[in-house]
Design a protein around this ligand. Sequence first.
Ligand code: NDP
Length: 263
Amino acid sequence: MAGGFVIDFAGKCIVVTGGNRGIGLEISRAVAKAGASVAIIYRSSRDADEVASKIGKEFSVKTKAYQCDVSDADTVNKTFSKIDDEMGPITGLVANAGVSVVKPALEMTTEDFNKVFTVNVLGVFNSARAAAKLWVDRKAQGGSVVITSSMSSQIINQVGANQPLTQIFYNSSKGAVTNLTKGLAAEWAEHKIRVNALSPGYVDTDQTAGMDEKVKKYQAENVPLKRFAKPEEMSGQAVLLLSDYASYMTGGEYVVDGGQLIW
Ligand code: NDP
């Protein structure tokens, strides 16, 4: 068949938070491959500038890394304005930065709660609102926000050797962010801003690297596809949701989990 299914992001500018490693890095690469300029937001990694420039060279697009703690609303607003001026106009956002604290619920502290929720929920909100404010202010004809949630918004995933260790705040933050996705989608539909959640299953990244090997093996066996995902296996859904092919998709949660939620 001539033509085929083509996603062309030439002229687009997409911000990816946590875009310098893991799942976010592969999403940054995928949107760059489709022709978009990419602004990578990171917190503290030292090699983010090199990562951004390597992607730019590989796909001949404009890329730049921006250091920004997504949990700080002021910094986020300023960073998005800067990106918009330097690389924009911003047309899409992947709010992907996320963290976890793994310890038994009985040992969790308020500090642990704040650490997880200020990034996974407040950080996503800050990022999505900063993008939406720019779009609403300039009366842009829409925009797409993809939020990295997790299959653990729907189940309690087990990560430790001594069952059941659940990373309780992480799971509950992902439940919260999936619901946040729906609320933002409802409020911003009038501005033609689409908001969707991408919910990965287990993915081989730094986040899962610390898991007990026995538990990892057990969990991989539980996945119908019998393995954890590679980070690049998350990028297709993110690209689709950012694209015009997803023009009628908003407020959805799209699980990419090798079939794990079947059970
Ligand atoms: P990684 O641990 O590999 O990377 C986390 C990224 O988030 C890094 O780029 C980090 O920046 C950035 N980050 C963390 N805190 C902040 C902050 N306060 N401000 C800005 N950036 C920040 O994560 P993954 O790639 O594994 O996960 C990406 C997303 O996918 C997360 O939301 C995670 O919860 C979710 N997810 C992951 C799964 C998995 O199995 N790996 C499964 C389901 C969901 P820096 O490098 O500077 O620290």
